[in-house]
Design a binder for this molecule. Structure first.
Ligand SMILES: Cc1ncc(COP(=O)(O)O)c(C=O)c1O
Length: 484
């Protein structure tokens, strides 16, 4: 009987690393310290020792259950899943995997319009025809939240033969949607609910945290374990729920996993998933209590000083938001007399404090499960930021999506040409273009380009610290469109 305080995979890797092995195998550094003094100096010998290739007897190969099988089973138990896969290319891989698997069930899908760009890329790869469901948007702050059960219900009903519904929660700003009700809606329509819970890998490991999506009835959940649950960057998990679709979905997910996982998956990343699961499952309730105390002290400190307004209460006014992730604080910086971008930049360069993201009007700080932020240092730094007289410009309004002319894949693979911005208006985009943060595409392959979207992208890139991903030119003066 396995217990959550065990780490079978990480233990097996460690035992292997401790053996005296004459390496005639990959990785080609072969822990040859003389040949690789640079690697050794940078990483230390231990990392090279633990950098074990896949398919090693007694680690991930051999009679079932291998230590890897046991660790996967422990992870599934910890999140309440029927089965879990360890991913070494982030939640982006999880989104690809879920989409690839679901494509087997048919050609149409209902997708939240504000999904991460990896879902849009997956639509391009699979050729799924997406019917979009729109989240509410906080216009004053220029941020998108989640979707309501009613909006999902209407979209599923309006879509001819959807094979799944794909939503994202929590949002970048910590807004949590009603997953139980959304799962009910999907199941009433006899389709599975896929939840991109990239930002909620820590959910369910403390009574004051929201319950995780698997336990609320979601069928497939993508979890970016490295974001707030303590594993190394790029490591993630995909969980399969216990609902009515799991028998069908399991082999499809297995196949999609094999198509997308490297045949040289990193043992370092995989070990970190095993250890992070053990830590959050066994100590989560105590370590997260300490983190929550610090976050509450931070919130109280901001409220007491009154300069920066916490937007949690504003987010909760939207009917698609039922909870807020307490390990995240999103502040309105305009109320504090400085843009979010400038605040983030000064906090890093002058105070050594690095916040997760900023927009013109907000800044988001997050703290991983169990971590302990220095409350006084943070409050002191925030309240030393300069006041700017000219900051109170209205937030850039998110543009409405352009008319959909084709599915993502048809436009993505179509013959295309690059035209200047004026010529692009009215033509069909061949690219996905997303203002960062939060990386939610403003323009999709197959959507008609509008003046409003171009103005938004150009204003984003012209603003200090503005960043846009995708597009045919860095300054948003040219766009790739489908050739007529
Ligand atoms: C909602 C959402 N899903 C998926 C991802 C991709 O996660 P990863 O960086 O682990 O690939 C992100 C990244 O920020 C995200 O915000």
């Amino acid at each position: 009987m396995l217990n959550q305080d065990q780490t079978p995979y990480a233990d097996a890797v460690k035992a292997y690393a401790a053996r005296d092995i004459e390496h005639l195998n990959t990785p080609g550094h072969q822990v040859a310290l003389d040949a690789h003094p640079g690697l050794t100096e940078f990483f230390g010998v231990k990392i090279l020792d633990l950098d074990v290739q896949p398919f090693v007897d007694g680690i991930d190969y051999g009679t079932y259950p291998t230590p890897l099988d046991e660790s996967l089973e422990l992870a599934a138990q910890a999140w309440g899943a029927r089965k879990t896969w360890f991913l070494t290319n982030g939640a982006s891989q999880g989104n690809m995997m879920a989409t690839l698997a679901i494509r087997n069930r048919g050609e149409q899908i209902v997708v939240q319009r504000s999904v991460h760009s990896s879902v849009i890329d997956a639509l391009g790869l699979t050729g799924l025809d997406a019917h979009f469901v729109y989240p509410s948007v906080d216009k004053s702050l220029g941020i998108a939240n989640g979707v309501t059960p009613a909006a999902l219900d209407a979209s599923i009903s309006a879509s001819p033969h959807p094979v799944a519904a794909y939503i994202v929660t929590p949002s970048y700003f910590g807004a949590v949607a009603d997953v139980a009700a959304l799962a009910d809606v999907a199941h009433r329509h006899n389709i599975p609910l896929i939840v991109d819970e990239a930002w909620g890998a820590h959910f369910g490991f403390h009574p004051q945290l929201p319950t995780n999506a698997i336990r609320l009835g979601a069928d497939i959940v993508i979890s970016s374990t490295h974001k707030l649950a303590g594993s190394l960057t790029q490591s993630a998990m995909l969980h399969l729920g216990n609902g009515p679709f799991s028998d069908d979905l399991e082999p499809l997910l297995d196949r999609a996993f094999k198509s997308l996982q490297s045949t040289s998956a990193s043992a370092l990343l995989t070990s970190s998933l095993d250890i992070a699961r053990m830590e959050i499952a066994t100590c989560g309730s105590t370590t997260i209590t300490a983190t929550l105390e610090r976050m509450n002290a931070l919130r109280e400190g901001f409220a007491l000083r009154g300069r920066f307004h916490d937007i949690a209460a504003d987010l909760l006014l939207h009917d698609d938001v039922i909870d807020i992730d307490p390990l995240r604080i999103a502040l309105n910086t305009i109320s504090g007399g400085i843009s979010g971008h400038e605040a983030r930049s000064i906090l890093f360069s002058e105070f050594g404090i690095l916040c997760e993201i900023a927009t013109h009007s907000t800044i988001v700080l997050l703290v991983g499960a169990g971590a302990l932020p220095d409350v006084d240092r943070i409050l002191e730094a925030f309240h030393s930021l300069p006041l700017r007289a000219d900051v109170n410009v209205p937030a850039l309004e998110l543009p409405a999506a352009g008319e959909r002319v084709s599915i993502v894949r048809d436009a993505y693979f179509a013959q295309s040409i690059v035209v200047n911005a004026d010529e692009a208006v009215g033509q069909v985009s061949a690219d996905s273009v997303a203002a960062y943060p939060p990386g939610i595409p403003n323009l999709l392959p197959g959507e008609r380009i509008t003046r409003e979207t171009i103005d938004f992208l150009q204003a984003t890139i012209a603003a200090p610290y503005g960043h846009v991903r995708g597009g045919a030119s860095a300054d948003m003066t040219a766009f790739r469109v489908v050739a007529q």
